[in-house]
Write a protein that binds this ligand. Structure first.
Ligand code: GDP
Ligand code: MG
Length: 192
């Protein structure tokens, strides 16, 4: 289900030495599970509002820039439980984060900023790869957050930015490639 328009990136099931945890966080309803569903190649992720089998941890190996990386994707963020132990766990276990909001919901965008601050507080001494993700870019008529605002927010919070649509599968692969590259940039600068 990954519509391929560039050939340097493919998904394989081969095992891979480079492995890291990516955590999806963001307000309820912004599309975290839909994005996770595309990651796993689930065909019906957009047709069901509930998680496919109650499963919320996914694993995929991707080849990005000719090098493989295995992502363990956690879709375990529980917004019913604000400030709880499980949210705190999510803030601790990730090697990288996708902070998701919906471009059709300004309050989810504001929540994303709060989450960025919360994450910085939880992991003070670390330079954690983060992408701010504005999902539902297909819903152009319902847009409440402009691209410029999203980008400006990412500059302030010193992270990457991308707009995606899980519904039409736009930029979803690019988002996962982006997080792999962010992890590598930090790894490479540590090794240097
Ligand atoms: P979560 O609570 O963050 O996991 O959000 P879900 O993945 O459950 O999605 C919430 C609702 O938004 C569902 O009805 C999805 O079908 C819908 N949705 C998710 N992503 C998109 C998108 O990119 N575009 C549109 N139009 N709807 C989406
Ligand atoms: Mg969900």
């Amino acid at each position: 289900s990954w519509s391929s328009d560039s050939s340097d990136s493919v998904i394989s099931t081969d095992s891979c030495a480079s492995l890291f945890r990516v955590v999806l966080i963001g307000e309820d309803g912004v599309g975290k599970s839909a994005l996770a569903g595309i990651f796993t190649g689930a065909q019906d992720s957009m047709d069901s509002d509930c998680d496919l089998s109650g499963e919320d941890t996914y694993e995929q190996t991707l080849t990005v820039d000719g090098e493989c990386a295995t992502i363990i994707l956690l879709d375990t963020w529980d917004t019913q439980d604000r400030g709880s132990w499980s949210q705190e766990q999510c803030m601790q276990v990730g090697d990288a984060y996708l902070i998701v909001y919906s471009i059709t919901d300004r309050s989810s965008f504001e929540r994303a900023s709060e989450l960025r601050i919360q994450l910085r507080r939880a992991r003070q001494m670390e330079d954690i790869p983060i992408i701010l993700v504005g999902n539902k870019s297909d819903l152009v008529r319902c847009r409440e957050v402009s691209v410029a605002e999203g980008r400006a927010c990412a500059v302030v919070f010193d992270c990457k930015f991308i707009e995606t649509s899980a519904a039409v599968q736009h930029n979803v692969r690019e988002m996962f490639e982006g997080i792999v590259r962010q992890v590598r940039l930090r790894r490479d600068s540590k090794e240097a």
